[in-house]
Ligand binder design. Structure first.
Ligand code: ATP
Ligand code: MG
Length: 419
């Protein structure tokens, strides 16, 4: 035997037994998203690396350490997409949708790629269901989008989630806050981890959500952006809070909630789930009023979120049970097998799920297999039966059986299975 080929580290297979729960996520998405006016968009899984450098931001973990980049044959720098928003916005700008439709509500579902240290809830290829609304700055839209997230999670049976919100300010108030933060932390720079020492100059807000405990201790008393917001950002946050309260959506304000991505403005939110361990965020999102312009479109506000589907499905009940099979066809002998082949094709053509034996097994072995497939009835085709122009149809639960003429058998079985 040759040596086995291992899967690439950080990737995983979704086996047939697990597809049920993924199907339920897709079903929840396709039933709920249209209620809010969302339509699906599919963008490429690879893009020019520059797209993410400009949108996600060069000084973020994603671009600095996590992106899979490679040069194609023309030495163009390509990246596997690490997230969905950049591609969606690029597509909207490219196709002139930003102007054509003031409020574009789009969703996507697909794989993302990040070179992270694999661990529970953290993969190198994972899936996100995300939404983007492009063209509206009002805080009540933020509430609507958060309500959509809550409804999607509830539809997947995920109830124990804490919604955290914050405001990350805007280009008017953030620079002064950033300066205040750096001034407060610079004297203690040597106590910070290597990453945070770098972040202090490149992306100081990211210091606030560093998972290293010693960094947490240093930043514990740091100034909070929520106390440095300009009037407009403060009003915006107040409206979001009022709206959530109005809808009965419980939330907490987490002043340390920052987004790793530079294009976020104002509202930022995360859904934190009990039962996920260290990787507790099942979804994250927020406003990104600066991104469309950054990617060459007209200045256009926008908001979105992404749900991490691997984390979501671990919170859902398995439900990977195989549906019972209506019919199993058991041919005994070469001639019967050819007849069976034609019969199962006719049955499938009539919309009936059916399987047959191809291996010339004994009747006993075939019925055992039918049992394992949870077949309700078996059609037995033996030499006697064929000679008499009949088949035996056996109910596998009651063991009642009857002989039926082969003529018109498929049509009768279809009529019985699909009345
Ligand atoms: P984290 O803090 O867990 O690294 P993040 O801030 O990098 O998350 P986002 O870029 O906001 O995550 O992505 C949104 C969601 O996608 C996360 O809340 C999470 O559920 C999921 N996600 C992110 N990275 C991974 C990964 N490597 N493997 C599986 N799911 C992921
Ligand atoms: Mg991350």
């Amino acid at each position: 035997m040759s040596e086995r080929i291992q899967p690439v580290k950080g990737t995983h297979d979704i086996l047939p037994e697990e597809q049920g729960v993924w199907g339920r996520v897709r079903a929840a998405a396709t039933s709920i998203l249209p209620l809010y006016g969302f339509r699906e968009i599919t963008t490429p899984m690879f893009e020019s690396a520059e797209l993410f450098e400009r949108s996600v931001g060069a000084a973020t973990d994603i671009v600095e350490k996590e992106m899979y980049t490679f040069a194609d044959s023309k030495e163009r720098r390509i990246a596997l997409r690490p997230e969905g928003t950049a591609g969606v916005v690029r597509a909207c700008v490219h196709h002139g949708r930003v102007r054509a439709q003031p409020l574009d509500k789009l969703y996507y579902l697909g794989p993302m790629f990040r070179r992270e240290r694999p661990q529970k809830g953290r993969f190198r290829q994972f899936h996100q269901l995300g939404v983007e609304v492009i063209g509206e700055s009002s805080a009540t839209l933020d509430v609507e989008v958060i309500a959509l997230l809550a409804r999607l999670l509830a539809a997947c049976g995920v109830a124990r989630v804490e919604l955290q919100i914050n405001s990350v300010g805007c280009p008017i108030c953030r620079p002064a806050y950033r300066a205040a933060l750096v001034a407060a932390l610079a004297p203690r720079a040597t106590e910070l981890c290597d990453d945070c020492q770098r972040r202090l100059t490149t992306n100081p807000l990211r210091l606030l959500d560093c998972k290293v405990p010693t960094c947490g201790a240093v930043t514990a008393g740091a100034p909070e952006l929520i106390h440095h917001l300009c009037d407009a950002c403060r009003d915006h946050l107040a409206t979001v809070e009022r709206g959530l309260t109005e809808l009965g959506i419980a939330y907490t304000v987490n002043p340390r909630l920052v987004r790793g991505l530079d294009y976020y403005t104002r509202t930022a939110f995360e859904a934190i789930a009990a039962g996920l361990g260290a990787q507790a965020a099942v979804a994250a999102g927020g406003r990104y009023d600066g991104l469309v312009e950054e990617l060459g479109g007209p200045p256009t506000p926008a908001i979105g979120f992404a749900i991490g589907l691997e984390r979501l499905v671990t919170l859902m009940d398995g439900g990977g049970e195989v549906p019972p099979l209506p019919l199993f066809v058991a041919p005994l002998g070469e001639a019967a097998r050819l007849f069976a082949l034609k019969l199962v094709e006719e049955l499938r053509g009539g919309g009936v799920a059916v399987e047959m034996d191809h291996a010339g097994r004994s009747l006993k072995a075939q019925l055992k297999r039918a049992d394992r497939l949870q077949a309700r009835r078996a059609v037995i085709l033996g030499d006697d039966e064929l000679a008499a122009g009949e088949a035996t149809v056996r109910d596998l639960a009651t063991h009642n059986q009857e002989r039926q003429p082969l003529a018109g058998l498929a049509a009768r079985l279809i009529a019985e299975e699909r009345p």
